[in-house]
Design a protein around this ligand. Structure first.
Ligand code: DGJ
Length: 731
């Protein structure tokens, strides 16, 4: 059993294969956090906590003359409000009497076989092979009658611990929740830690930043209504000395697609507290008597093996315990071509079929019709919301168009942006009250579109009906679900004035309801998420959709950074990556090698490629299929850091049994008469011999990892290389 209660010490310890996490009901029944790190067996870790008088820190009244006990200095599982802890709180609640206090005491705990589920939000699940257990710890404030249930999911083999939180109002009058964090993790000594985050912008999502933690609150979050391009709901806390391969790293990945907040605070005693949850900005949630609120799940991982070790834990877990789509394990992802950069909105059925025909020569399996096929949609000023086929463009009708594509022995995919509406649309004319718009004010426009109020059930039902109708009307194999603006006018006509603080969160709940219905009704469809590129790339989206568009930036050299940053937590098999016209001076082969790091496809007008180029593409599509078992199922290694100076960027995938690997490298900078450079492989077996690209000579894993593979010289600019390593039986 991964969860052990010690009745003498009153400790509860969560054990995974290589880690332990411990808490204890301590003084006055406060729930203390004692440890998270490498495995410890049978040790009460409370010996670390030294009680001494800390000037100006409050002492709970019940501790009487004992001035040595202050919550300001105690490591806690759930930091509380107004009891002398002045650090970052996990909760801010306005009680029915108007007070803000929450004094949560541990009153109960339960250990349950299997992994808990959440009623309103996505959560990781236990796969057949997993040993997973749940711990529930109940904290109660006996004055306000607010009850908190802390949920812990322990995945033993995966080395993963999940956390979530439920708030219940046990009182007889309403309370208002203003802040609720899903995780609070206290470190008794955090002075030597760094925080790694993934900021970005449109076209440059998930770049990597590392900062020392100082004596203030480091804040990372989004208030854009979505997890956003600008920040990502994933952070790493690590030793200051941690590198790709060595050092302690803690990961925190929030399964939520709306506003989020991460705060890391180094306090006066060098203790570190990290909290993560829904962003409190404009969040006020009323809970009537007996009502329950759920906070989103945080997936936590710990390793001593640096960033690579951490990424491997997340990649393995997210490939098996996050998304139930059959495309995760059972069905191979197709090579696709998307019409967006080929035609934008200027197309008809004939043009699309011609692109598909040309793409057939390139080994493409799936043709995707992007934006512009519906309503009145010739530019981005109109049409959103009218999810019926524009027969001026698709003159033969959707059914016949799909038949023609299928006739080429290709599958058909389609684009939607369900959450949005154009003012120039039938939907808006019929239902202006369905948009988010503050009474008496004009709504903020972005890409000339408005956001639908996804918190309304009638809006949700409309979208479910319209999207499902299209998907049922033709043989559709793939859906791209896009959203192209941030939310600005947070208001719902259906919600009373005093409850508008719930709209941000209710939008996300409504969105999840719609997505859940559509994917469950269409389990055979492959879904890809998108948000003006990779603006909502988060674990919750990957719960519904097995892949996500990384960025609208298809430049292969920029993509090296985009893939690098994204790969810290999200498996490379989730990364939508295409070859496009972007990167005029970059050879087609290089673009293909970069796209092969992810789901691989094309984003160009195939009719404009000559026979020779189409042939190159065909070869690359075949290589993608050939190496699929390595790139989609193997372990991924970042071999260089594209954010640091260097003349090449390299990465590799290695099969789990280490018998095969694919090393990829792009020369990003040609130096005149420069030194010879080597790609040092990782993850191989030192004593195994590998053949490279069917050459005669074989090389030991030790040689390839320590001396490396020399980068060919005298090559054109932006050349790229793929080295396929195959183990041979030589002793
Ligand atoms: C933004 C996406 O990222 C693009 O790939 C494309 O689908 C456009 N939206 C269409 O409007």
């Amino acid at each position: 059993m991964g969860i052990v209660f010690n009745s003498t010490a009153k400790t509860i310890t969560l054990h995974t294969k290589n880690t332990s996490y411990q808490m204890k009901t301590g003084n006055l029944d406060y729930l203390l956090h004692l440890y998270y790190g490498p495995s410890i067996r049978d040790t009460d870790m409370s010996y670390q906590i030294m009680q001494y008088d800390r000037g100006f820190s409050g002492n709970p009244y019940e501790s009487r003359d004992a001035r040595t006990f202050s919550l300001d200095a105690q490591p806690q599982e759930f930091s509380t409000q107004q009891q002398g802890d002045f650090r970052t709180p996990s909760i801010e609640v306005v009680n029915s009497d108007g007070s803000y206090s929450f004094h949560g005491k541990a009153v109960n705990y339960k250990i349950i076989k299997g992994k808990y589920n959440l009623d309103t939000l996505p959560a990781a699940f236990a796969a057949d092979k997993d040993t997973a257990d749940t711990l529930e710890v109940v904290l109660l404030d006996r004055v306000s009658n607010v009850e908190i249930t802390l949920l812990y999911g322990v995945f033993e083999e995966a080395d993963i611990i999940t956390r979530a939180v439920r708030v219940k109002n046990l009182g007889s009058r309403s309370i208002r929740l203003k802040r609720i964090m899903s995780v609070c993790l206290d470190f008794l000594n955090g002075a030597d830690m760094d925080l790694v985050s993934f900021p970005g912008r449109y076209g440059q999502e998930r770049q990597v930043e590392r900062q020392h933690i100082n004596h203030h609150i480091h804040t990372i979050g989004s208030v854009r209504g979505s997890s956003s391009h600008q920040q990502n709901p994933f952070v790493i806390l690590c030793d200051r000395s941690a590198t790709e391969d060595y050092g302690k790293c803690y990961g925190f990945s929030l399964m939520y697609s709306g506003n989020f907040l991460t705060e890391a605070e180094l306090d006066q005693y060098d203790q570190l507290r990290l909290v993560m949850g829904i962003h409190p900005r404009q969040f006020v949630y009323e809970l009537k008597p007996q009502e329950v609120f759920e906070g989103p799940e945080v997936v936590m991982a710990f390793t001593e093996h640096g960033f690579t070790g951490l990424s491997h834990l997340y990649h393995d877990f997210y490939r098996t315990n996050l998304c139930k789509s059959k495309f995760v394990t059972e069905v191979q992802r197709p090579v696709l071509i998307n019409s967006w950069e080929a035609a934008f909105m200027d197309f008809d059925d004939v043009k699309l079929v011609n692109i598909a025909k040309a793409a057939k020569n390139m080994g493409v399996d799936l043709f995707v019709m992007d934006d512009g096929w519906f309503g009145k949609r010739d530019d981005d000023n109109s049409g959103l919301g009218d999810w019926f086929v524009n027969e001026n463009k698709i003159k033969c009708g959707l059914h016949r168009l799909v038949e023609q594509i299928n006739g080429l022995d290709m599958k058909f995919g389609i684009w939607f942006e369900p959450e949005m509406v154009s003012e120039d649309s039938d939907l808006y004319r019929a239902h202006p009250e369905w948009v988010m718009q503050i009474p008496g004010r004009h709504a903020v426009r972005s890409r000339n579109q408005l956001a639908l109020d996804m918190s309304r059930q009638d809006v949700q039902d409309y979208l479910i009906e319209k999207v499902n109708a299209i998907l049922d009307n033709a043989n559709i194999y793939y859906v791209k679900w896009d959203i192209n603006r941030s939310l600005a006018d947070i208001w719902s006509n259906k919600i009373p004035a005093e409850r508008q603080g719930e709209v941000y969160h209710r939008y996300i709940l409504g969105l999840y309801r719609v997505m859940d219905n559509i994917i469950k009704t269409h389990p055979d469809i492959l879904f890809e998420g998108c948000s003006g590129g990779g603006g909502r790339y988060d674990a919750a989206m990957l719960h519904y959709y097995p892949q996500y568009w990384v960025s609208d930036n298809n430049h292969p050299i920029d993509r090296l950074k985009l893939h690098y940053g994204t790969s810290f937590v999200y498996p490379t098999c989730t990364m939508g990556a295409h070859i496009s016209d972007s990167g005029k001076f970059v050879p087609l082969e290089t673009k293909a090698i970069v796209a092969m790091c992810g789901t691989f496809g094309y984003e160009l007008d195939a009719t404009q490629l000559n026979k020779k180029q189409q042939k190159i593409c065909k070869k690359q599509s075949d290589l993608f299929r050939k190496y699929y078992h390595i790139t989609f199922k193997g372990d991924y290694y970042r071999l260089t850091n594209p954010f640091e100076d260097g003349n090449f960027t390299a990465w590799m995938h290695v099969t789990k049994n280490k018998r095969e690997a694919l090393v990829s490298a792009v020369v990003t900078n040609l130096t005149c008469n420069g030194p010879q450079e080597y790609i040092k492989a990782k993850g191989l077996k030192p004593d195994t011999f590998y053949r490279i690209n069917k050459e005669k000579t074989v090389y030991s894993g030790a040689a390839l990892m320590n001396a490396g593979i020399p980068i060919p010289r005298e090559v054109p600019e932006y050349s790229a290389f793929q080295f396929h390593l195959k183990a041979v039986n030589k002793q």
